[in-house]
Design a protein. Structure first.
Length: 318
């Protein structure tokens, strides 16, 4: 019986194997990332977005690292500011299996606003899952927030957001546990537009630490705790959000309570004067301890309907 010529087999396979390895290595190292960055910017512009990239390079075999990335998404509402996100560094990676699958899975690690955020995102044809951790992101240098809050916010946010939304939205599950340390509203410069009042410059108000806990079951996000007690402001909210597609159609039904402390009124005469002038109109919303209380209902991304609830017990609306 002839012996298997292992030496010859190794000799003849070593050369092509070495060539393939060298080809992959140099293709990987010399990939034209600058051209890819330009292509990403162009494709974003075609879709109505604006992207700026200082540097782009590889991360592992199937990942990319962006340095100095800015992503601007125009607002759908006239007069509303765009969504403006700035990343000091953003690494996005996937797997070879995900690239050939209908369900796409991505992992990301971002440095932004003096903090970090990382997580996993899975997107299917009709379902998606997110698992995000946030660590000490500074709200004061996060311009994207102004699109939603209308006034400057301060503080650092940390926490975790987990959401699994299958094709049947009513089966969605998840949880949110977020803390904003040293929350503040206003900066003494920017104007808050108030209907029938015009622009009001809101002096910085300290609201303490905000604790937010949300549990998502059967497609309903229940706000179990949303509380902040500071030297200038006390804030509370209870209620629920029934998730719908798209998310901006989700049905909000909450009760909110805010109390402006006397120390803040003394320090901010403009706010004190406004509250005094508006006291007759706010009478139905005032509670026995001087707080202002409303129920708010409507689509998250649409027109909300506030209703004075000063005489009601503070609890989640039915």
């Amino acid at each position: 019986m002839d012996r298997i010529p292992f030496r010859k087999i190794l000799t003849w396979t070593a050369y092509p194997s070495f060539f393939v390895v060298c080809f992959l290595f140099f293709a990987y190292k010399t990939f034209p990332y600058e051209r890819l960055a330009n292509r990403i910017v162009h494709e974003a512009a075609v879709r109505g977005y604006q992207i700026e990239i200082i540097d782009l390079t590889h991360s592992g075999l199937t990942g990319l690292t962006f340095e100095g990335l800015r992503w601007i998404v125009p607002s759908e509402e006239e007069g509303s500011p765009p969504l403006d996100l700035i990343f000091d560094e953003l690494t996005v990676s996937t797997s070879i299996f995900s690239l050939i699958s209908e369900t796409k899975s991505y992992s990301f690690d971002a440095e932004l606003a003096g903090g970090d955020a990382d997580g996993d995102i899975t997107v299917g044809e009709e379902d998606f899952e997110v698992d995000i951790e946030i660590d000490e992101v500074d709200l004061g240098v996060l311009p994207a927030l102004r699109r939603y809050t209308k006034i400057p916010l301060g503080g650092t946010i940390s926490g975790e957001i987990v959401l699994a939304m299958p094709s049947e939205v009513a089966e969605s599950t998840g949880n949110i546990a977020v803390t904003i340390e040293r929350l503040s509203l206003g900066d003494g410069k920017s104007k808050l537009e108030i209907p029938d009042w015009g622009g009001l410059t809101l002096d910085r108000a300290e609201a303490g630490n905000l604790e937010l806990t949300v549990t998502i079951e059967e497609g309903v996000a229940n706000i179990e705790r949303a509380t902040a007690r500071g030297k200038d402001l006390e804030l509370e909210a209870l209620g629920k959000v029934r998730l719908l597609r798209p998310l901006k159609r989700s049905d909000l039904n909450v009760m909110v309570r805010a109390k402006v402390q006397d120390a803040y009124k003394e320090r901010s005469p403009k706010v004190a004067t406004m509250l005094e002038l508006a006291s007759s109109g706010l009478k139905a919303a005032q509670t026995e301890d001087g707080a202002i209380q409303y129920t708010i209902a409507g689509a998250v991304g649409g027109r909300l309907r506030p209703k004075a609830a000063g005489k009601r017990t503070f609890q989640a609306p039915k």
